[in-house]
Design a protein. Structure first.
Length: 252
């Protein structure tokens, strides 16, 4: 068992949330039990994940997508009321890390994707920005679009939406987990061969074609599963606390 303060201090040290400007509060969002025996990790603090955390007897729920986003309705009503009431009744701390968890150089969503896809020589895509959200790198052995499609499908357990000729060779690649598809323009301007993101919109396909880049939309949920999972595993080892990752499947 550890105290809430010990957990929060450790997370702050690992993720350094003050390094990057975000559009939600990072860290403790809903206060619960001061003592923590069990942590559940997951991508989004949806009702399904909260219910699973309650069933798992969790004292803390650690997620990538929490609440209180800039521009969202500020009142605690309707579905948000139901979610927060469930957390408060069960005395569960809700702890969320958004961009700090995307960009962490080893545990972050983007770093975890690089590990899965076999990308090396990783740098920020935003030139001159030390906390670039999107990143770029390369494959030691160039891959075809078809080969990269197969590798993404296998490592994320989900087939991506793909734009580009199956035989096109890819050496350089840029990527951004989740909703980062608009970084494709920055990658296109830098002449990068392929861009991988979670989501896709209609206009992104035109940009990919006009920059002659391959594009892969591998799923917002699927590309953001591994950061919070890796963070949980790190914390379990570091603090000797029980941590369980619960995947609430999401096709988007
Ligand atoms: Zn996201």
């Amino acid at each position: 068992m550890i105290s809430r303060e010990t957990l929060l201090t450790s997370l702050e040290q690992i993720l350094e949330p003050n390094k990057i400007k975000d559009y939600c509060p990072n860290g403790l969002q809903v206060e619960g039990n001061g003592q923590i025996k069990k942590i559940v990790t997951g991508v989004t603090a949806s009702q399904a994940l909260i219910d699973a955390a309650i069933a798992a007897n969790a004292d803390a729920l650690l997620v990538h997508h929490g609440y209180f986003w800039k521009g969202e309705n500020q009142t605690i009503t309707s579905l948000k009321h139901k979610r927060i009431k469930s957390l408060l009744m069960a005395d569960i701390n809700l702890i969320a890390y958004h961009l700090p968890l995307d960009i962490h150089p080893t545990l972050g969503n983007n770093a975890q994707l690089a590990k899965r896809f076999g990308i090396s020589n990783i740098q920020g895509l935003e030139i001159g920005n030390p906390v670039s959200v999107a990143v770029k790198g390369e494959f030691e052995t160039p891959q075809t679009v078809a080969q990269l499609t197969a590798s993404i499908t296998q490592s994320l357990d989900r087939a991506p939406l793909v734009e580009g000729n199956a035989n096109k060779a890819i050496r350089t690649v840029a990527w951004c987990s989740g909703g980062g598809q608009s970084f494709i323009e920055m990658a296109g301007e830098q002449g990068i061969d392929a861009f991988i993101s979670g989501e896709v919109s209609e206009q992104t396909i035109h940009l990919a074609r006009e920059y002659n880049m391959a594009f892969f939309a591998a799923g917002h949920h699927a590309t953001e599963r591994y950061g919070v999972k890796a963070l949980g595993e790190f914390v379990a080892k570091e603090l000797g606390v029980d941590v369980e990752f619960i995947d609430i499947d999401n096709p988007a």
